[in-house]
Design a protein around this ligand. Structure first.
Ligand code: ADP
Length: 437
């Protein structure tokens, strides 16, 4: 290009020299220069006009015919334009493929900008969430998905766990929302239809609840007869009496198990509107403490109560009683004779705490993450002796879930365990110096 420019420049200088020289010989050097420069400028202007017309037309056709530096320049522009078009075409194809593949996904994929407005979504976004391409683009996501639970989840910004909600388009469909933050405050929301899993889970819950319920009546009848037989049996039949007593004991265990299964089924069902009323936890803890002292006679544990008697929280009284008493009964079950158990209830700036500490058998660290699963036992060989149902901590977990609370377990085998329920501060009932009976 530089070479062509030099040739063009040299040619122009030569023409100027010829024009200037001729004019000088005739006594008019200025006229000679003008006779060369003016046509050259005109020629240049026409080239520029051709070029601008070609560029204006989109430079799609072949460039205007030209030689020298102009021809070269137009050729290069033409090549650049072709390369640029090819790149755009490639990009277009990549975008189309990406769009086709996201449209093929059954889950809705939605991109929301940092202001919470809808930017883009795939075909399933329209199907599952009812988003309309034309009218909804740029709208705030929470204007379109108005369920208060979704708005709270979206605005809280904690997307560690997904959120399951019934669809607003079809109440029989359950949708699961999973949000991931990316870029500069943007969010990617994936929504999938989890109705089948929910349906199966509901079937499982109903099955357990129904079976437990149906078992109750025959068990009560068997237990009643056993009690009558034991009472009426003569003392000269000790074998029979021992057998019947053991049967009676087992029916009692089955009764406990059925009661726990029914309680767990009730806790799991989301249908119930929970009544959150001020609960006098100190009062409950005193009752639990008294029950524990009565049960505990044979083991002679030292049971200490250390509670803030003015601390009252909003909650479901029956559920809380059940959870706390499960923790207390576990401490009694898994602490050998003459052990020490402490029941604490207090609050600080970060929360409200119920703590049960014992110096019992403790739990190996590897069991801790699974302890709240149904029927999970740290020590299988011990469970028959303990007489537990294996559902106690599962019940505790569900009760705490309903109260937005968390269960923390710290334990050392042979040293003892600390079970801490941490409730959010907002559940505290603000009452100055309230006395609790
Ligand atoms: P279980 O009816 O078997 O006590 P839970 O759900 O209440 O069922 O407890 C699950 C398991 O956790 C128990 O089997 C036991 O191994 C362990 N565990 C619970 N509480 C304690 C405790 N205070 N000390 C030692 N182990 C405990």
């Amino acid at each position: 290009m530089l070479r062509e420019w030099r040739i063009e420049f040299n040619q122009f200088l030569l023409l100027l020299a010829i024009g200037g020289g001729g004019g000088w010989m005739l006594g008019y050097p200025g006229v000679g220069f003008a006779l060369i420069s003016v046509p050259y400028c005109l020629w240049l202007l026409f080239r520029i006009k051709d070029m601008s017309r070609w560029l204006k037309s989109g430079a799609e056709s072949d460039p205007p015919e030209s030689t020298g530096v102009w021809g070269n320049m137009l050729d290069q522009l033409y090549q650049l334009q072709r390369r640029y078009k090819a790149d755009i075409n490639n990009l277009h194809q990549i975008i189309t493929r990406a769009q086709q593949s996201t449209d093929a996904i059954k889950d809705a994929v939605v991109v929301v900008n940092k202001h919470g407005d809808l930017e883009w979504w795939n075909e399933a976004g329209g199907r599952l969430l009812g988003l309309k391409v034309k009218s909804d683009r740029g709208q705030s996501l929470t204007n379109l998905l108005r369920d208060p639970r979704f708005i709270q989840y979206f605005e809280a910004g904690n997307f560690d766990k997904p959120l399951d909600l019934p669809s607003t388009l079809n109440p029989n469909v359950v949708l699961q929302f999973q949000i991931t933050a990316f870029g500069d405050g943007e969010r990617l929301m994936v929504t999938r239809d989890v109705s089948r899993i929910h349906h199966l889970e509901k079937m499982r819950q109903d099955f357990v609840a129904n079976v437990s319920h149906e078992l109750r009546t025959p068990l009560t009848v068997i237990k009643g007869y056993l009690e009558t037989f034991i009472d009426t049996l003569n003392s000269d039949q000790p074998h029979l009496k021992r057998g019947l007593s053991q049967m009676h004991q087992q029916t009692q265990r089955m009764e406990l198990l059925i009661n726990d299964l029914l309680l767990l089924a009730r806790l799991e069902s989301d249908d119930k509107e929970r009544t959150m009323t001020p609960v006098s936890v100190p009062k409950i803890l005193r009752q639990i403490h008294n029950d524990a002292l009565a049960i505990n006679e044979s083991k002679q544990h030292k049971i200490i109560l250390d509670i803030d008697t003015n601390l009252i929280i909003y909650g479901d009284e029956n559920e809380l009683r059940s959870a706390f008493s499960n923790l207390m009964m576990n401490a009694i079950k898994y602490t050998p004779e003459n052990g020490r158990i402490e029941l604490r209830w207090w609050a600080d700036e970060e929360g409200v705490y119920l703590e049960v500490e014992d110096d019992g058998i403790g739990i190996d660290e590897k069991h801790l993450p699974r302890l709240t699963e149904r029927f999970y036992r740290a020590d299988q060989s011990r469970h028959a002796k303990s007489g537990g149902t294996g559902l106690g901590l599962a019940i505790v977990k569900h009760v705490l879930l309903h109260h937005d609370a968390k269960l923390e377990i710290v334990s050392d085998p042979g040293e003892g365990s600390v079970f801490t329920c941490r409730f959010p501060t907002r559940l505290t009932v603000k009452k100055e110096n309230q006395s609790v009976a």
